[in-house]
Design a protein around this ligand. Structure first.
Ligand SMILES: [Zn+2]
Ligand SMILES: [Zn+2]
Length: 62
């Protein structure tokens, strides 16, 4: 798993931990319902690409 930050407003925006640390902390997609609002912390499975919450990590199986 690797940490990522996602927009939950429907635009599908996702940034890496590096980009988040560099200041990309809000949705920048024009017209997105969460434009300008903070991205949310998630975990991305490097094996299947699924983006899940921290709580789902222990039950994530393939
Ligand atoms: Zn968005
Ligand atoms: Zn997976």
């Amino acid at each position: 798993m690797k940490p990522v930050y996602v927009c939950t407003g429907g635009c599908g925006g996702k940034v890496s931990a590096e980009d988040y640390a560099a200041g990309k902390t809000t949705c920048a997609t024009p017209g997105c319902s969460k434009e300008g609002l903070p991205l949310e912390s998630r975990q991305e499975c490097e094996e299947c690409g699924a983006v899940i919450s921290l709580a789902e990590v222990p039950i994530h199986k393939h």
